[in-house]
Design a protein around this ligand. Structure first.
Ligand SMILES: Cc1cc2nc3c(=O)[nH]c(=O)nc-3n(C[C@H](O)[C@H](O)[C@H](O)COP(=O)(O)O)c2cc1C
Length: 126
């Protein structure tokens, strides 16, 4: 099976997850805008940063998928992924971004993200 890891990351934490997953699985990890043709893969493992409820790059990536392709999604955000209310909220947002043919709750995962407050702290003291 021809599989790929695709990721959407602004500040780097999702990229780190994607690169670690690539190391473990031997798959390549590619930033979503750098994927030439998503239709070339049987299975897509998509890791995306949460931004205002949306998953960065997910919609653009899934619009190129056909029904025969398998999609796994892992979100990376600051909201607690062990909190059922948060998870429901995130999944509701994913449902809006992913066609019903590719929305499979058993293939959706949630990872804890990161934030670096240093630039803000530096700005307020300068
Ligand atoms: C403008 C903005 C909006 C965000 N919105 C959410 C959100 O809706 N839910 C969430 O869990 N985290 C949210 N976060 C936190 C990011 O998802 C988190 O920092 C993540 O690790 C960023 O991934 P990246 O480092 O790969 O860009 C937001 C962060 C920013 C800066």
């Amino acid at each position: 099976m021809n599989s790929i890891i695709i990721y959407g990351s602004r500040y780097g934490s999702t990229k780190r997850y994607a690169e670690r997953l690539a190391e473990i699985t031997g798959l390549k990890a590619v930033f979503y805008t750098d994927v030439k043709n998503v239709a070339d893969y049987d299975r897509v493992v998509y890791l995306g940063a949460l931004c205002a409820g949306g998953v960065m790059g997910l919609k653009k990536t899934v619009c190129g998928l056909s029904a025969s392709q398998e999609l796994f999604v892992a979100t990376v955000g600051l909201a607690d992924p062990t909190d059922a209310e948060n998870v429901n909220h995130i999944r509701g947002c994913i449902k809006k971004q992913v066609p019903a043919s590719h929305y499979d709750e058993s293939k959706i995962f949630h990872l804890r993200g990161a934030i670096d407050y240093t630039p803000m702290a530096n700005k307020s003291t300068s």
